[in-house]
Design a protein around this ligand. Structure first.
Ligand code: PA5
Length: 533
């Protein structure tokens, strides 16, 4: 696409000085009369969003309300009980963090907690990880670590990093459903670490979870230091401003009031029912125009700020888990979605930006620019007379953007005055609303995740099959071939490959007591499997 004229730039520019935000969508190849053509749909999306905020059941598949906007404006919650729950949880988060910082809530054998280990996954980890990466400093009240997987090696790596601080570590287990396996495993792994250090896990643990969930009951039974509620009307990927994100942030000493205020201000700005004056609708319409409303292009997120590197990953989950749907709201097969990837500029210029510029044109870029490149209290260093590293960062962003436009590539540019707690809250709220509006434009439910649930069930089935395969090999008293084992466990031909993978997995772990007797031909499928004595 040609570089837009200044008049076109101006016509497509949203700027709000109070928010400290500009959104430039002039480098999207807008079809002629697109705004007029979409006006009716945009107005319907605004009405839908207003109804959602007023408490409609906007997640019909799960029969749930969608209340993340109330988290930063509790007075908007439709039921007094919801308002009270939000306000009292926020007060509980603050009080708990103060008590931890003051040493009134203290570890079993140390005067104060110094470290926090957050155990969670997906929406129960990405927001807290983003906030930590974005706002953390060496002067924080506590150091924060994460378990966000069931990878034992990853778990060991984090525990090694915590090292001697384990007795001073507060574990925050976060799971809305309270039944997510990866999170349960992480919790049991760290519990084992406390026990081998002769420490009570419960005296170092808090939980954020749905009231009455498996985790909630466990935490209550074990006597955790505290339990914080999650509600079914807040989705995992939109939970950063609930206790899920606020508790770790408050413990770390981050400005949670700033985050909430930023999100609240952005919510107000994105309620405006006029497409050109609403930055979230501008993004949603730009995505629609760029992808044909059918995900025909990917969104590459390029924040020119190291601290926002995780924002690409955060958006990947928010956007792809919300929009990547097989069926629309009418039950028709639509295979919707918007693929998101990215890392950070200008680093990515030395990686995949080559393809963006010269290769397949199947994407649009979202540049994120932060005008203040270094905090004012920091020392200014000139890398050339009158030129700083920040000037180069700015130059690379503008240069790459220009080069992409010259190659006919589309882009959106968000410009923030500065990066702080408020602007992080704004960014989160901006994209939450853009995703919600876009979902309405393309007719999908943004607030459920049937694919994630299906994956959780499939993993359970594999672990259950592993137990049976293991027992079969152990009980055989002789070596068995794959076909024998498949028959014995009643797995069916279509599961042969899975059984073979299970056998290889078992044989790779001496504690499982299963060995492989390789076939002379070297054919893995003909190998025999035997209990290791
Ligand atoms: O956004 C979502 O809903 C998911 O990514 C969940 O956050 C994730 O599956 C973890 O679920 P839970 O918080 O129930 O452990």
């Amino acid at each position: 696409m040609p570089t837009p004229s200044f008049a076109a730039f101006r016509a497509h520019l949203f700027h709000d000085a109070a928010l400290g935000l500009s959104v430039d969508v002039s480098r999207i190849a807008w079809p002629a009369d697109f705004f007029a053509a979409m006006e009716e749909q945009a107005q319907a999306a605004f009405r839908h969003m207003a109804a959602l905020e007023a408490g409609s059941v906007a997640n019909p598949d799960e029969g749930r309300q969608v209340g993340h906007y109330w988290l930063r404006a509790p007075e908007l919650a439709p039921a007094p009980a919801q308002r009270a729950a939000i306000e009292s949880t926020l007060a509980q988060v603050r009080a708990f963090a103060h008590a931890v910082h003051a040493g009134r809530i203290r570890p079993q054998r140390a005067p104060k907690f110094t470290d926090v280990l957050v155990v969670g996954i997906g929406g129960s980890a990405l927001g807290p990880q983003l906030a930590t990466a974005c706002l953390g400093t060496p002067a924080d009240r506590m150091r924060v670590h994460f378990f966000d997987n069931t990878d034992p090696d990853g778990i060991d790596q984090v525990l090694d990093g915590i090292g001697d601080a384990l007795p001073r570590t507060l574990v925050v287990v976060v799971s809305k459903s309270g039944g997510t396996q990866e999170t349960r495993n992480g919790m049991l792994e760290v519990r084992a670490a406390f026990e081998s250090a002769g420490l009570s896990f419960a005296r170092h643990a808090a939980a954020v979870t749905g009231v009455g969930s498996q985790l909630d009951r466990y935490a209550q039974g074990e006597g955790f230091l505290a339990r914080f509620p999650m509600w079914d009307w807040v989705g995992g990927r939109t939970s950063e401003l609930s206790a899920v994100g606020l508790l770790p942030a408050a413990l770390q000493g981050l400005d949670i009031d700033g985050m909430l205020a930023g999100a609240r201000a952005m919510d107000a700005a994105t309620r405006v029912p006029a497409a050109r004056q609403n930055p979230a609708m501008l993004l949603a319409l730009a995505w629609h125009a760029a992808t044909g409303g059918a995900g025909r292009r990917d969104m590459v997120v390029l924040p020119y700020r190291d601290r926002l590197q995780l924002f690409s990953k955060y958006l990947q989950q928010l956007v792809m888990e919300s929009l990547g749907k097989r069926h629309d709201l009418q039950g028709r097969e639509v295979f919707q979605g918007l693929a998101v990837y990215g890392n950070k500029g200008s680093t990515d210029q030395h990686a995949y930006v080559q393809q963006l510029r010269d290769g397949i044109d199947n994407f649009f870029v979202t540049f994120i620019e932060v005008l203040e490149t270094r905090a004012p209290e920091r020392t200014v260093v000139e890398v050339e007379p009158g030129v700083t590293s920040g000037d180069y960062l700015f130059g690379f962003l503008r240069g790459t953007r220009r080069a992409l436009t010259d190659s006919g590539r589309q882009s959106i540019t968000l410009t923030l005055d500065r990066l702080d707690a408020a602007s992080l809250g704004m960014l989160i709220a901006l994209f939450e609303r853009a995703v919600g509006l876009y979902a309405h434009l393309v007719g999908v439910n943004a607030y459920h995740q049937p694919g994630v649930e299906a994956g959780k069930k499939a993993a359970q089935a594999v672990v259950a099959l592993q137990q049976i395969v293991h027992a079969t090999v152990q009980a055989a008293g002789r070596s068995l071939g794959l076909a024998d084992i498949v028959r014995a466990v009643g797995a069916g031909d279509d599961n042969q490959e899975t059984v073979l993978a299970i056998l290889r997995h078992l044989a790779a772990h001496p504690d499982k007591g299963v060995a492989c007797e390789p076939h002379v031909s070297g054919d893995l499928c003909e190998a025999r499997w035997v209990a290791r004595r």
